[in-house]
Ligand binder design. Structure first.
Ligand code: NDP
Length: 450
């Protein structure tokens, strides 16, 4: 007897959970993605024959390695490194490295799994991967960060390459870390290639890469607002969680479009500034001095600082942009946002809303841009950096920005059209999952059982 799409998807999920015990974030991402893909399987029973979903949910390769290094006190420290090369059906693996004490295999696999669909949505030829370490750069000296990065790359270099796997930044990995990683890669291999993205402008980086995820998020949400007759960013009150790379450049672009950003946070707490959060001060605190966001109220005494980051979602706003980390909006926070009149949520972070929170937004008619679509501008611009490296050429800021904007507008419409085609109009979660999956599925089918 042939299986129904629903039976097939349930059996794949059951096996995935049994085979990967304790990987809660990976289970969560898989549930969200698979429930959308059931609709595709209904139309493509041949995918069941080919057991496509079970292959899709199994990484092609996982590398876990020891990262020993010596701290400034002369003590030997050991961290764990990861690289998950999830899917190369449409291009070399591509995805960031995260350095944060919470990093474990389940988190890297959830990020890698999402990355496959995100990369496909960009329309560019890049497969999905992700990596990182439980190393915490916070409070470490530059020398310690350098020694850690050199040790990390001493293992990683044998698994990556400009046409194999091209890592980039993520939480805890910015320009400084990419520089140290790149220097060590070059020293070990003697090769000057585009093996990492997010590089400095002096050595092969792309203009707009630093700004790309934040700017791209705003381009996506702006298009979503316009397409739904909800105006634009102009005149909207915006709350942004986080104050890292994504959050800062989301603020910059939203503000340039006429919005007022009234709150931002870090992992300790949040600031509320009814006059509009001053971005120069935030850049000084976070990018230059690597301090806590609580410093803000010292120079802006009319603003308030509150310990604990979850309370930020109690602040009434028109648009919420979670740009810190996974599961930072739960059902309670989602209900509060809806009650306070929030009309749109754009996920700058990866999976910042729990499944329950996402359902609440969708049921309440809040426009909801899921991370894999809304934050794809970073990886898209990384792919543009790869193109420039291959050409030994550099485009202008305006050229890259125009390409980024075009890609984000296209991603919105791809998700919108797929949602309509599968009778879920306005559901960009389903739309993004399906639009991203289609190309990967076709490529996997054409490449045989690999
Ligand atoms: P950064 O390290 O630059 O900034 C992260 C921000 O989030 C910081 O303000 C940090 O606070 C806060 N944060 C991190 N972890 C937690 C936590 N567990 N609880 C509360 N706050 C936390 O990272 P990015 O801006 O690069 O990344 C932010 C999100 O965007 C992540 O989900 C990432 O996967 C996603 N993303 C990033 C892309 C990129 O190009 N960089 C591309 C696509 C998605 P603190 O300073 O206290 O640590």
């Amino acid at each position: 007897m042939t299986m129904s799409a629903q039976q097939y998807v349930s059996s794949v999920l059951e096996k995935l959970i049994a085979k990967n015990p304790g990987e809660l974030e990976f289970h969560q991402a898989a549930k969200e993605i698979m429930s959308s893909l059931e609709l595709v399987i209904e139309r493509h029973p041949e995918y069941i024959e080919a057991n496509l979903l079970e292959r899709f949910a199994e990484p092609e390769r996982v590398v876990i390695f020891r990262v020993p290094w010596v701290d400034d006190m002369g003590r030997v420290q050991v961290n764990r490194g990861f690289r998950v090369q999830f899917n190369s059906a449409i291009g070399p693996y591509k995805g960031g490295l995260r350095f944060h004490p919470s990093v474990n295999l389940g988190i890297i696999k959830f990020l890698g799994f999402e990355q496959i669909l995100k990369n496909s949505l960009t329309g560019l030829p890049i497969g999905g991967g992700k990596g990182g370490s439980d190393f915490d750069p916070k409070g470490k000296s530059d020398n310690e960060v350098m020694r850690f990065c050199q040790s990390f790359m001493t293992e990683l270099y044998r698994h990556i390459g400009a046409d194999i796997d091209v890592p980039a930044g993520d939480i805890g990995v910015g320009g400084r870390e990419i520089g140290y990683l790149y220097g060590q890669y070059k020293r070990l291999t003697g090769q000057y290639t585009g093996v990492l993205t997010g590089k400095g402008l002096a050595y092969g980086g792309s203009l707009v890469r630093k700004e790309a995820t934040g700017y791209g998020l705003i381009y996506f949400v702006d298009e979503m607002l316009r397409a739904n007759g909800k105006g634009s960013f102009d005149g909207k009150k915006v709350v942004i969680s986080g104050s890292g790379n994504v959050a800062i450049y989301a603020h910059e672009k939203a503000t340039s479009m006429g919005a007022k950003v009234i709150a931002m946070s870090d992992s300790n707490g949040y600031i509320y500034d009814p006059n509009g959060v001053n971005l120069d001060t935030i850049k000084e605190i976070k990018e230059v001095n690597r301090q806590r966001i609580s410093e803000y109220v010292k120079t802006h005494p009319h603003a308030t600082y509150t310990e604990g980051c979850l309370g930020i979602w109690n602040i009434p706003c028109d648009i919420a942009l979670p740009c810190a980390t996974q599961n930072e909006i739960d059902a309670t926070a989602a209900k509060t946002l809806v009650k306070n009149g929030c009309i749109a949520v754009g996920e700058g972070a990866n999976m910042p809303s729990t499944i329950e929170a996402t359902d609440i937004f969708l049921e309440s008619g809040v426009l909801f841009g899921p991370g894999k679509a809304a934050n794809a501008g970073g990886v898209a611009t990384s792919a543009l950096e790869m193109s420039q490296n291959s050409q030994r050429y550099m485009w202008t800021f305006e050229e890259v920005d125009a390409k980024l904007k075009n890609i984000m507008v296209n991603i919105f419409h791809a998700a919108d059209e797929a949602a309509k085609e599968y009778n879920r109009p306005g559901n960009y979660v389903v739309g993004a999952n399906i639009a991203g999956f289609q190309k990967v599925a076709e490529a996997m089918m054409q490449q045989g059982v690999v």
